[in-house]
Design a protein. Structure first.
Lengths: 155, 784, 287
């Protein structure tokens, strides 16, 4: 067992892990961070997405021990002080149905907007194409991100 | 109707914030403490075999293993409409993946390691992977005891065959109908199996405490039906319904796959033997593909006769379904289609044979559309071909034959009010039907495809819904129901209905997730029926509560009861405009009378809804005489499709879909169903391609090779159109819509590809590879 | 799914440290970079190992070196880092395009080009570009360094010439003036493993280079096609003739992803369209 220390949603946390333990499982079972989900366990669906040092990664394909000394952000952190603009737009447009893909979608969206505050539709599609959704047909999610990120025209 | 304040509004869903902030707790998110155990399942590697022996010694002795179970520990049958499956395989396995044993340990790794140590010896038997093989005289009989299986009275299993059920519908005379025809087209359409692919896999936790109380938490569309099946199948162990409680947390998608019972029974059964400790079973994505119910495959032989003016004269529709190793749910799909495989058309001469066949593939069950997507692929393709031959426009021929209110359905009952023509007209206008579109890109050909939509809920005649409604001190409301919001927005719609009756905003209404102890009965959340059925129950519960409110106000404050009304969370009086009494002042504590005593007390409504006019009793040879379906929801849809003539790649420029929902209680959620359902339908025709090897093993049980669409695969534009011809017995006129939206996808693609390239593909999926190679063949024929 | 196999985890900070571990463990160690292949294989029990060596801590491997004639991509360089480099987009457009077509962003943020070539799956997206670029792989062991030409790298499906005690340091790619594309056949627009792939390189003196992936046991250059077109001006007629050489250059199979017939057909289609586009780009346009 090794003790690793990582920053999760702004808080320093320590946990004991075996080398073969997967980050997704350690987040959910040992650290109580439930928003990343296991959808396929092999990196195909994006439901497990978290931000690792600012980049979206499949936490089902990362060993927990690799993240020692690093920083992780999940939807709990993003929503800590209330919903942000994109999340509020998603809420108003009823962008999600069952909600299982929502955390992963929001992680991908967060990474996109950090790099590119006013993405066009193609860029949004590319950013979200690694997150599978079976319920919505994607359009309301894409529309929400488009609307929340469109350039403001100041008078 | 036009001064509705909550119904008909695109309200924000009441569980939206929870989902978007990551706060929703799905079943695998729940904490069960340090005594949580895990079960790993040993699965059959044979499609059809006798089990000669199961050696669990090594597994039992593996350090950390708590217990090992096999079929002999639970020799009990279960099934929804027919009891034809065991909890674990007994002496025979019927499909690759069937559960044979379970290993329980305190951590999942130990359980999985030990599971690999179980040794099973098989004696392989001939296996059947094709329903037409199953039908042959000399085919091996997969269920030799078929004749003894208990089943609902409206199923007709044929003992000593592989026919689990045969629904025959006969009306008029097809012999005469075909004689009268000027043109007859006969052909076969093939639709394979499909997987639901909810993002959340099946998961169930069972806990049987030391007092004998069995609780199951499950990702489920049907908590009450599950409780019923658990209690029935575990009765030999001494359990009855009173001992069993099912709690259903929010689910990550269902699509029919979490209806009825599949793997959940494993958790329930195992828990009874591992008393005092919760046991979790969670399915991997692979298991989700091959060991939960799949959508039935069908081979449909269709013959339609028509007059030169386009009027249909006769239909002979023979559908052979592959239901896999168990028909306990799949046979009802076959039944539903057997009653409806005429489509939304007027036919006087009808013969439908819908035959449910066992094979040695995974069991099939409910899947969004319940057989209608499957038969409409063939029917709507066939009608286009007939129209082409007669040189009648494809939409025109449908309008000529479209079923109208009071026309007779296949089983002899009049058709309900419906806006089918309105849907057709609105769709053809929006898609600019008849106007040819050309692409600037010389490699792209553009075609348009059209299809009608129809479906009725397929339910037993006594499927019912019930609701409790109670207030709190702040005037807020809890609605207790047992339907499942799997994303369609059911919780919100129930709140909107109650809000409208009780004048309380939906932000002050909670609709609670099912708990069979606390929430009253709901048959299942399937069939696109809960908005209608449970909506009626909630409406009645709200009216009941309103009655109690008016009653206590009128007798305590001496106001005329019939002049009272509710507005803005207050009781008001038409004849005394100055009177207003906030609900929160008395809905718990009662109203203080002149003599200082209190009248009333907690206001609590209850409502139930069960259609009392449906009956499954009919002539088994003709299906005439009963009233099996409550009503049909209809619609129409069209697409403009770009096809790359060399690669076969297809891309939808525009899709239009109109559904007559009776009343859109929440238009935003209805549009969500249209967009989402359409894409799921398009996925089945364009991308999803389930493959089995010649030994019955699924070759692509993962998202790498079973493709569901991504954000890059969406149509450029989807136009949802809501049509509202009220359903007379629906809450505010509402009818169901959840499944219908996927039904037109496959035939629209087939028809659009035909329009663009002149090739007709009669089997699904219609992948870009198929289109490209068919087109090449066509070019080669022309060049020769 | 848990990983059922127990192993030790090492995170060396220096190359020498790594080489020491490799010489000790040899076949009994796996290098971990992005993990997008290794972790799946460990979960599905396709790979067993007692030692995992994480190379992400070695700074010398995490760099992109661009000089006048050469670009060095270290073993730790991810596909995202390639995509986000305007210089690489400009100087190695075929590799840049291939990088964009690998899986999805969540995978590209971790997966490395070197990891891709070490996996050596027949459908790997980076191979056609590296083949037309005549890339060289730099490897080192305790016994010294050597350069291996990409043309000798792949020895069979999922097999490379790399020895168990060797560590890949990175890839050297010579810089040339050229234009080109990477065309990939997938089942739809979303992420997919290539069912056929072709890298197309054209330069101003009418040198043409072509390389495929997914339609043979190892990715390879298409010499007959190159020889046929060498020095010629591209025309529709020439393209048709050249396309007919393709079936002899490749040996696709039929599997659950695609049939042999469709793969051959699409290689011809992608070749024609890709070469036309490359010529347009070379002349300064963009389709």
């Amino acid at each position: 067992m090794k003790k690793i220390i990582l920053k999760i949603n702004g808080e320093l946390r320590s946990v004991y892990v075996e080398p073969e333990e997967i980050l997704l499982d350690v987040l959910r079972e040992k650290l109580g961070v439930k928003s990343p989900k296991c959808g396929c366990d092999r990196g195909d669906c994006g439901a497990c997405a978290v931000l690792l040092n600012g980049r979206s990664v499949r936490s089902c394909l990362v060993l927990a021990i690799e993240t020692d000394g690093q920083e992780i952000v999940t939807v709990e952190g993003i929503s800590k002080d209330g919903l942000n603009k994109v999340q509020n737009t998603m809420l108003d447009k009823n962008a999600f149905q069952c909600g299982f893909c929502a955390p992963g979608m929001i992680i991908s969206t967060t990474e996109l907007i950090e790099k590119n505050p006013h993405p066009n539709l193609e860029e949004i599609k590319e950013a979200l194409s690694g997150n599978l959704c079976r319920c919505t047909g994607y359009l309301p999610i894409l529309e929400s991100v488009q609307e929340a990120t469109k350039e403001e025209h100041h008078e | 109707m036009n001064d509705l304040k909550y119904v008909g509004k695109p309200s924000v869903r009441i569980d939206g914030k929870e989902k978007i902030s990551g706060a929703t707790r799905y079943t695998d998110d729940l904490e069960f403490g340090p005594n949580l155990h895990f079960a790993a399942i040993v699965e059959s590697t044979e499609a059809h075999a006798k089990i000669l022996s199961i050696d669990t010694t090594e597994a039992e002795n593996f350090p950390g293993v708590v217990s090992v179970f096999t079929g002999k520990d639970f020799p009990f049958k279960f099934g929804l409409y027919m009891k034809d499956r065991y909890i674990f395989a007994m002496d025979t396995v019927h499909y690759v993946g069937q559960q044979i044993a379970a290993i329980v340990a305190r951590d999942i790794k130990t359980a999985q390691k030990a599971a690999k140590l179980v040794k099973v010896e098989y004696k392989p038997l001939p296996a059947i992977f094709d329903q037409m093989e199953a039908l042959k005289e000399d085919a091996i009989i997969i269920h030799p005891d078929l004749g003894e299986y208990p089943h609902v009275p409206w199923f007709f299993p044929q003992a000593n065959t592989n026919i689990a059920h045969w629904r025959k519908t006969r009306r008029g005379s097809i012999t005469k109908g075909f004689e009268d025809a000027d043109y007859i087209l006969e052909d076969t359409y093939t639709v394979p199996r499909y997987a639901h692919c909810p993002l959340e896999t099946h998961v169930a936790v069972g806990l049987c405490d030391l007092s004998g109380r069995l609780t199951i938490w499950a990702s489920s569309q049907s908590p009450h039906t599950q409780r019923n099946l658990f209690a029935e199948s575990l009765a030999p162990l001494g359990f009855t319904h009173k001992d069993v409680r099912v709690i259903a947390p929010p689910i990550g998608g269902g699509f029919g796959g979490k209806a009825g019972v599949s793997m959940e029974i494993l958790a329930a059964a195992i828990a009874t033997k591992v008393r005092g400790n919760p046991v979790k079973i969670i399915w991997s994505r692979e298991q989700e593909f091959y060991n939960t119910s799949q959508r039935l495959g069908v081979i449909a032989k269709l013959k339609i006769g028509v007059k030169n003016d386009g009027t249909f004269t006769a239909i002979d529709h023979k559908l052979y379904w592959d239901t896999g190793a168990s028909a306990e749910y799949g046979a009802n799909v076959v039944n539903a289609v057997g009653l409806s495989a005429i489509g939304p058309y007027r036919f006087h001469n009808i013969s439908i044979d819908s035959v449910c066949l066992y094979t040695n593939l995974p069991p099939c069950g409910a899947y969004r559309g319940f057989g209608y997507s499957e038969f409409m692929f063939g029917l709507e393709s066939h009608i286009n071909r007939i129209a082409d031959h007669l040189k009648i426009d494809a939409v025109e021929i449908r309008k000529i034959n479209a079923i109208k209110e009071n026309d007779t359905l296949a089983y002899g009952v009049p058709m309900n009010p419906n806006g089918l023509i309105e849907c057709i007209d609105k769709v053809t206008k929006e898609i600019e039907w008849g106007k040819e579109v050309k692409s600037e890109n010389p490699n792209i050909k553009i075609g348009k495809g059209f299809s009608l939509i129809w479906k009725a809920p397929a339910m037993p005649p006594n499927a019912s819904s019930a609701a409790f409604l109670k207030f709190s001190e702040d005037g807020s409301i809890n609605i207790l129901v047992s339907g499942m919001d799997m994303g369609q927005g059911y919780l919100t719609v129930m709140a909107q209905i109650a809000a409208e009756i009780l004048a309380v905003p939906i932000t002050k209404i909670r609709t609670e997730n099912p708990d069979t102890d606390r929430n009253p009965y709901e048959w299942q959340t399937v069939a696109s029926h809960v908005t209608w059925s449970c909506g009626n129950a909630v409406r009645k519960a709200a009216i009941d509560a309103r009655e109690q409110i008016f009653d206590v106000v009128s007798r305590t404050l001496y106001l005329p009861k019939d002049m009272l009304f509710l507005e803005d969370e207050k009781v008001k009086c038409k004849t005394k405009p100055s009177f207003e009494l906030p609900l929160k002042d008395f809905v718990i504590n009662g109203i203080q009378a002149e003599d200082s005593t209190f009248k009333g007390g907690p206001i609590m409504g209850h409502g139930i809804f069960m259609p009392e006019y449906t009956s499954a009793d009919s002539d088994p040879e003709t299906s005439q005489g009963g009233h099996p379906n409550v009503h049909y929801t209809v619609g129409a849809a069209a697409i403009t499709l770009e096809v790359d003539k060399d690669s076969g790649e297809m891309h939808i420029r525009k899709a239009v879909e109109a559904i007559d929902v009776g009343k859109a209680i929440n238009p935003s959620l209805v549009k969500g169903q249209i967009t989402g359902g359409l894409l799921q339908g398009l996925a089945t025709v364009l991308y999803e391609d389930m493959r089995f090897d010649d030994k019955g093993k699924m070759l692509n049980p993962n998202f790498t090779d079973y493709k569901i669409p991504t954000a890059k695969d969406v149509p450029d534009e989807i136009v949802p159109i809501i049509v509202e011809v009220p359903q007379p017995d629906g809450p505010f006129g509402a009818r169901g819509v959840g499944e219908h939206t996927m039904i037109p996808a496959a035939p629209m693609i087939a028809n659009a590809v035909n329009d663009a390239l002149g090739i007709r593909i009669k089997s699904m999926p219609i992948t870009k590879e198929k289109v490209a190679l068919e087109n090449l063949k066509k070019k080669e024929k022309i060049n020769v | 799914m848990a990983i059922l196999n127990d192993f030790k985890y090492y995170k060396p900070q220096e190359i020498n440290e790594t080489l020491q571990l490799l010489s000790e463990f040899k076949e009994n160690a796996k290098i971990l970079a992005g993990g997008t292949d290794l972790i799946v294989h460990l979960k599905e029990d396709l790979v067993k190992t007692e030692n995992v060596i994480d190379i992400k801590g070695i700074t010398q491997l995490n760099k992109i070196d661009i000089s006048k004639d050469n670009i060095f991509l270290g073993s730790g360089v991810t596909f995202t880092e390639i995509i986000e480099s305007p210089e690489l987009k400009d100087k190695l457009p075929i590799l840049w395009e291939a990088s964009k077509k690998v899986a999805s962003i969540g995978i590209r943020n971790r997966a490395t080009v070197v990891g891709n070539i070490c996996s050596a799956v027949p459908s790997l997206d980076s191979a056609p570009a590296l083949l037309v670029y005549d890339a060289e792989i730099v490897v080192q062991s305790k016994n010294g360094k050597r350069n291996i030409s990409i043309h000798n790298w792949f020895t069979g499906p999922k097999q490379t010439i790399l020895k168990p005690e060797e560590l890949v340091l990175g890839i050297n790619i010579p810089i040339t003036i050229h234009a080109g594309v990477y065309e990939k056949l997938g089942r739809y627009r979303g992420e997919d493993l290539a069912q056929a792939g072709i890298g197309i390189f054209v330069d101003e003196i009418k040198n043409y280079r072509f390389a495929y992936c997914a339609v043979g046991p190892v990715p390879k250059r298409m010499k007959k096609l190159e020889d046929f077109l060498q020095g010629k001006e591209i025309s529709d007629k020439l393209l048709e003739e050249a396309a007919e050489l393709i079936p002899n250059e490749i040996s696709p199979i039929s599997d659950i992803r695609s049939s042999k017939e469709y793969r051959i057909h699409m290689m011809k289609v992608m070749f024609k369209r890709g070469l036309q586009e490359s010529v347009v780009i070379l002349k300064g346009g963009r389709s």
